[in-house]
Design a protein around this ligand. Structure first.
Ligand code: PLP
Length: 480
């Protein structure tokens, strides 16, 4: 592994050197330091986050690292993962060295072209319908985050319906999702001028593992239509943030289609697993969707930030988000010959983010990426097995991917007491400093979440984590 890393570093360095050869200052400050940092980064990976290797500057040791939460640690199990990898890091480095601002095709044709190519590759790996490919009316674009992705499609959908019904009807537009949908959608509605009363968070069903029932959507849409409102946008989630619930896309998609609504699928975390044939069925029904999003920066070895968004109708995005000031006019754009990604996103400027995704796809390849997510899912399964064998704990929702939702059973069946007990357990476990987990609340129950997904996590880390849970639970229960 070492020599492979060095080989890549040498090759990338040559490219990097070429890109900055006209600037000796940049050469010294940007070339040498990242070069050494990369060596250290590889060592960090190989030596399991040994922090002694990282910094040159003592201030980094004394002032920065003590305040850093180590998302790349193999004992990091909180929220969802945010993967780093040698390939992702090298892509970031090359992008920082080139440092172009690719808002229009002409400002760096390779940036736009590569983004179109890698998002087509990823769409094919996910077996998305061809309408999402750049060869037709749709295409992919890299947004910074899933929040930006849902915002831009909401704006596109809003303007599309307003062109049909007239701008004055904005107060009648209604957005639907489940109460398990990420808060990013609510924020998008606030920004997009959707009346707060027209934001419908439908209750997900606990007996369906917190997925949304199609009946709930159908009833809400019918009710709103009957009162003169205009249902126009629905967001389903594959892998909800709290418990990785999977909304049933085929049935939900039919409802949105028959009501001419925009159908967005948020697979920010779980999308990565869907490159494996055995997990692809979770996004069956994506054929009905207008847009699909997954965060390559979560569980796909691509350094933050890299949120992949595909749309079937790129013109909807462009009509909503394009501007054409004199100072940006150029022959390629005016001739409609190229993609100008500035018209697919909120800001003008954009980084060369496709480089890191390209490197990840090229260096690791589909099979290794599949093995990577499978391994985390298997580790999560083993952790879940330990919980199932210990009567003091219970699994709260069945695990689908690499997130385990569980809690300590209280000695007395009192929900308030159970919630406090689990809250205290989370505090106790995190206070050991040996691992880091997060929590959620489902049906008023405080629940512990352990998300496997850091690149360095192995079975021994899972076992060590389980031991911490057992020890801290024993201490807490002995005080009851
Ligand atoms: N959607 C889901 C399902 C998520 O889990 C998250 C974050 O964890 C988001 C959206 C928001 O992601 P981002 O930080 O990329 O906006």
């Amino acid at each position: 592994k070492w020599w492979i890393s060095l080989l890549i570093i040498t090759r990338i360095s040559r490219t990097f050197l070429f890109s900055v050869k006209f600037s000796p200052v940049i050469y010294v400050s940007y070339f040498l330091k990242p070069h050494l940092l990369i060596l250290r980064h590889c060592k960090t990976f190989l030596k399991a986050c040994n922090l002694d290797l990282v910094p040159f500057d003592p201030d980094i040791q004394t002032k920065i690292l003590p305040g850093v939460t180590h998302w790349q640690s193999p004992d990091y199990f909180a929220y969802f993962p945010s993967n780093s990898s040698v390939a992702g890091f090298l892509g970031e480095m090359l992008s920082a060295g080139i440092n172009m601002v690719g808002f229009s095709w002409i400002t760096s044709p390779a940036a736009t072209e590569l983004e179109m190519i890698v998002l087509d590759w990823l769409a094919k790996a996910l077996k998305l319908p061809d309408e999402f490919l750049s060869t037709g009316q749709g295409g992919g674009v890299i947004q910074g985050t899933a929040s930006e992705a849902v915002l831009v499609v909401l704006l596109a959908a809003r303007d599309k319906v307003l062109r049909r019904v007239g701008k004055d009807a904005i107060g009648k537009l209604v957005v639907y999702c489940s109460d398990q949908t990420h808060s990013a959608l609510q924020k998008a509605c606030q920004i997009g001028g959707i009346h707060p009363e027209n934001f419908r968070m439908l209750k997900a069903v606990s007996c369906r593992d917190y997925a949304l029932s199609p009946d709930a959507l159908s009833e809400a849409v019918s009710h709103d239509l009957a009162t003169g409102l205009i249902p126009f946008f629905f967001c389903a989630t594959i892998g909800t943030t709290s418990s990785t619930a999977v909304d049933p896309l085929p049935a939900l998609g039919k409802i949105t289609k028959s009501n001419s609504m925009w159908f967005h699928v948020d697979a920010a975390y779980a999308g990565s697993a869907c490159i494996c044939p055995e997990f692809r069925h979770y996004i069956d029904g994506v054929e009905e969707a207008d847009s699909f999003n997954m965060n390559a920066h979560k569980w796909f070895l691509t350094n933050f930030d890299c949120s992949a968004l595909w749309v079937k109708d790129r013109s909807a995005l462009i009509q909503s988000l394009s501007t054409n000031p004199e100072f940006l006019k150029n022959k390629a754009s005016q001739g409609n010959l190229v993609v100008d990604y500035k018209d697919w996103q909120i800001p003008l400027g954009r980084r060369f983010r496709s480089l890191k995704l390209w490197m990840v796809l090229r260096l690791y390849g589909l099979e290794k990426l599949q093995a990577y997510v499978r391994n985390h899912i298997e580790l999560a399964r083993r952790f879940e097995e330990h919980i199932a064998q210990d009567q003091r704990f219970e699994i709260v929702t069945p695990r689908k991917f690499s997130l385990v939702c569980f809690r300590l059973r209280p000695p007395q069946s009192n929900e308030d007491y159970a919630n406090k007990l689990n809250h205290d357990l989370l505090d106790a476990v995190n206070s050991t400093g040996k691992l880091f987990i997060s929590h959620t609340v489902l049906s008023n129950r405080y629940i512990l979440r352990l998300a496997v997904g850091a690149p360095l996590t192995e079975e021994r880390h899972i076992l060590a984590a389980w031991k911490v849970f057992q020890d801290e639970a024993a201490t807490l229960l002995s005080k009851c």
